[in-house]
Design a protein around this ligand. Structure first.
Ligand code: HSE
Length: 293
């Protein structure tokens, strides 16, 4: 049996809209083994237990790329990444399916090839890059439509708190709400902040992270879709942390530089929002892992 473990990912990180993403220590797995039937899927709602399942579709895409027949498959999913909450649940499915097929055929694909295929399915690389490589990924699509990605270590001094509301935000709606143009002065603001943020995360420099993470490209518009955004932000900032919208939301991610503050944020969030899920996380440094069992 092949087990594929994929970390959750937190895209955008404020100023890195559609380019930057972090791999965090919350994991889902998908197991692949042969079956007497064409396809068996367990561990997800019944409506996804068919050939439209994204894990299976990604597996099939890799088979087509490798020009190999799609085997009869049993897929067993253990998902800890909440769906449509901005923590890379679709990146998990895509990367698990591609990596599952790669392991099935004895690893003919490099991680960069997995990234190109994953980006073709997902449409943007900001979640799939850290899901594959771990750490902080900064990515762009070059003029040949290949994905270029670089990875930054993130200081182990930093603590991350995922605050997951009990409601979803549709990525489609969160993209439609954005303006279609921005000015030169806003672009200059965004470039400087994004580059500085990468270094500040590497150095664990919380005061600089607080300055650099303040976004003008999506967060001011998308915060309107998350009714509790300001209350949660006040809780994080009141505890000397900071907060950004993870992916297109609804998850809000806090960053602090000590454990006590992270736990205080969790306590206050639980008090204000008893139905929210919270996770105290650190950075995943390896990305997807395949194990033969
Ligand atoms: N970068 C994407 C967005 C992530 O913010 O729309 C969600 O898939």
């Amino acid at each position: 049996m092949i087990e594929i473990r994929v970390p959750a990912t937190s895209a955008n990180i404020g100023v890195g809209f559609d380019c930057m993403g972090l791999a965090v220590s919350l994991y889902s797995t998908a197991n692949f083994e042969s079956s007497s039937q064409a396809l068996e899927i367990t561990g997800c709602p019944e409506r996804f237990q068919n050939k439209n399942n994204l894990i299976y579709q990604a597996f099939v895409k890799a088979c087509e790329f490798l020009d190999r027949p799609v085997p009869n498959l049993k897929i067993t999913i253990k998902n800890n990444i909440p769906i449509s909450r901005g923590l890379g649940s679709s990146a998990f499915c895509i990367v698990a399916g591609l990596a599952g097929a790669n392991a099935w055929f004895k690893n003919p694909l490099t991680k960069n090839q997995l990234l190109d295929l994953a980006t073709q399915i997902e449409g943007h690389p900001d979640n799939v890059s850290p899901a594959i490589f771990g750490k902080l990924g900064v990515s762009f699509i070059d003029e040949h439509q290949d994905v270029q990605t670089v990875h930054f270590d993130v200081s182990s001094k930093l603590h991350f708190v995922a605050m997951i509301p009990d409601y979803q935000v549709s990525t489609e709606k969160a993209r439609q709400i954005l303006p279609t143009t921005m000015s030169y002065s806003e672009a200059i603001y965004q470039i400087g902040h994004a580059v500085a943020l990468s270094k500040a995360l590497e150095n664990g420099d919380l005061p600089l992270i607080k300055q650099a993470i303040v976004d003008k490209m999506h967060e001011p518009f998308r915060s309107q879709l998350i009714p509790d955004y300001q209350t949660a932000k006040d809780i994080c900032e009141g505890a000397s942390g900071l907060m950004y919208i993870s992916g297109s939301g609804s998850t809000l991610m806090a960053i602090t530089d000590n454990e006590t503050t992270a736990e205080l944020i969790i306590k206050d969030i639980k008090k204000s929002f008893p139905n929210w899920e919270t996770h105290h996380l650190n950075i995943d440094t390896t990305g997807v892992i395949s194990t033969i069992k």
